[in-house]
Design a protein around this ligand. Structure first.
Ligand code: FE2
Length: 252
């Protein structure tokens, strides 16, 4: 596994995912790993699942994927509304066709963690793989949380979940891709890399985020996509709150 890409938090945004996959194809990346949250928020859950099944070697379980199966009781009302809607449209009935069953089974069987050599991959955090957020503000306001998380793994850990890309190091530093000038080299000490979100970035940059990893070098990529088309689909769908469209163009 010398060169591969990691994507996360696609959130049913097929325009963003399509743009990222064709960019990775142009970059000559042959292997893509997804850190979860394939569905939720956006207008195209089916197509996103199909793209992930076709293009990703492996997908980890995100909290939205889990909530599809187990319920979204602990979600905010906007996120819950879309997950409940996704469940109504994705869950196969007795007479459902095979594609619908295949999609459901795929999301039902996602692993919670994945270890590959020095690399650990989870959706949220090594301490609580599906649910815990590692926020950049934690290094200042809850340093003991970060210290404890760093005791829970070895090597380099890749996460998504916050939709905010960057690198956490054991000396309680967080650096975003701008501070890193788009690239970071792993020195063998424990670190956590957040790959950002493809389908709903929240770091103020609306372009889709992902990383390419090659021999310990992590390159943060941003890719433009047709945000207007996604927004129109959301505004046209009465089951998805308008807020899910508005936030895409400001990346928040
Ligand atoms: Fe997410």
């Amino acid at each position: 596994m010398t060169r591969f890409a990691i994507i996360s938090d696609l959130h049913s945004n097929t325009e963003a995912l399509g743009a990222v996959l064709s960019r990775l194809d142009k970059e000559g990346v042959e292997r893509v790993i997804c850190l979860g949250d394939v569905i939720g928020y956006g207008p195209d859950p089916e197509h996103c699942i199909d793209l992930v099944m076709r293009h990703c070697d492996l997908t980890i379980c995100g909290n939205h994927d889990e909530a599809l199966m187990r319920g979204a009781q602990d979600f905010n009302p906007v996120a819950r509304q879309v997950i409940d809607y996704n469940r109504r449209s994705l869950k196969p009935s007795l007479l459902a066709g095979s594609l619908k069953r295949t999609r459901w089974k795929y999301l039902e069987n996602l692993p919670l963690t994945h270890r590959e050599g020095d690399y650990l991959m989870v959706h949220g955090s090594p301490r609580d793989p599906v649910h815990e957020y590692i926020m950049k503000t934690d290094v200042i306001f809850i340093p003991d949380k970060i210290r404890d998380i760093f005791t829970q793994f070895e090597g380099l850990c890749f996460v998504g979940h916050t939709h905010f890309p960057g690198v956490f190091t054991e000396d309680l530093q967080f650096r975003d891709p701008t501070q890193l000038e788009g690239e970071w080299e792993w020195n063998g000490e424990k670190a956590i890399v957040n790959v950002g979100s493809v389908g709903q970035p929240r770091d103020g940059d609306p372009r889709a985020s992902c990383v390419i990893v090659e021999d310990g070098r992590v390159r943060f990529l941003r890719t433009d996509y047709d945000i207007g088309t996604v927004q129109r689909k959301i505004y046209d769908d009465p089951n998805i709150p308008d807020l899910c469209a508005a936030r895409l163009e400001i990346g928040k």
